[in-house]
Ligand binder design. Structure first.
Ligand code: SF4
Length: 277
């Protein structure tokens, strides 16, 4: 497989197109980050299959609650907490007005229920207040995406990942890009964003990089396939670069393989300073 360095990929003065190793379309250099993202998207779509199906169809308020429960919690555990909340309470008004201990008990399957229960009730109260008594987020459909995100991010504990999740994962299906820890790690290693850029500010940078013609489904696919890649190949501890379909686009993976090749084979120590004497 041909291997391109990061300098090759981002050499703006270089040739307009680099041929991809497998005959896929090359890299146009007018907007190198965006074109690189397109190539990554195409490769990962081939690998994992696009379009990716949506995993549920919740109202925006349901999605907000589900996202709040999922913070720093496995999906299976936050899913169980969400289901239990829905089973015990007839609606979100009942959750908002219940004794906090009952809400905490219902969401005990997720991490930090003692913090999440009062925060959840506070947010449900604030939505009611800001909407003049209407506990619903359906109105977000009528705001522009930046307005909708700004409205959500004024709620305590709601950042760019949650606001994007509410807009794109809910039945609103609006064009917003959530960035989870897998997506963030893979984007850093691929050189789409600097290694020093935290996940919060990475949202804006990665969203600005999206091709403008991509619709909500393609933006959703982009999040999902980068996340899948982090879960199935680009692992946190030991990414499997040698079998990665993105290796020729990945400066970090190329550096890792180079380092691995330079290491002495296992079981054979490097000759010490006295070797051969
Ligand atoms: S080459 Fe390695 S570091 Fe780069 S995306 Fe693939 S698995 Fe991750």
């Amino acid at each position: 497989m041909a291997v391109y360095s990061q300098d090759d990929l981002f050499d703006l003065a270089g040739s307009p197109v680099l041929g991809a190793p497998d005959g896929a379309p090359g890299l146009e250099m007018s907007n190198p980050e965006r074109e690189k993202l397109r190539l990554i998207h195409e490769r990962l779509c081939r690998e994992y299959g696009c379009p990716v199906g949506y995993f549920h169809e919740l109202s925006p308020l349901d999605e907000l609650v589900s996202s709040l429960l999922s913070h720093r919690t496995r999906n299976s555990e936050s899913g169980a907490a969400y289901k239990e909340l829905r089973r015990r309470f007839p609606d979100w008004v009942a959750v908002r007005d219940a004794p906090t201990a009952e809400v905490q008990e219902a969401i005990s399957a997720c991490n930090w229920p003692e913090q999440k229960a009062p925060r959840l009730q506070q947010i449900l109260g604030l939505v009611t207040e800001r909407r003049g008594g209407d506990l619903s987020l359906d109105f977000l459909e009528h705001l522009s995406i930046p307005e909708a995100r700004a409205w959500l991010e004024e709620l305590p504990g709601v950042g760019p990942k949650t606001s994007a999740a509410v807009l794109i994962f809910s039945r609103l299906r609006r064009r917003a890009l959530p960035v989870d820890s897998h997506h963030h790690r893979v984007a850093q290693r691929l050189g789409l964003i600097p290694m020093s850029l935290d996940v919060g500010p990475a949202h804006r940078v990665l969203e600005d990089m999206l091709p403008p013609e991509w619709d909500a489904q393609m933006v959703y696919d982009d999040h999902e396939i980068l996340m899948f890649h982090g879960q199935r190949c680009c692992f946190y501890r030991a990414p499997e670069c040698a079998r990665c379909v993105l290796l020729d686009l990945c400066p970090d993976g190329q550096a890792r393989l180079k380092q691995a090749a330079a290491r002495p084979p296992k079981g054979r120590a490097r000759p010490g300073p006295d070797a051969g004497l």
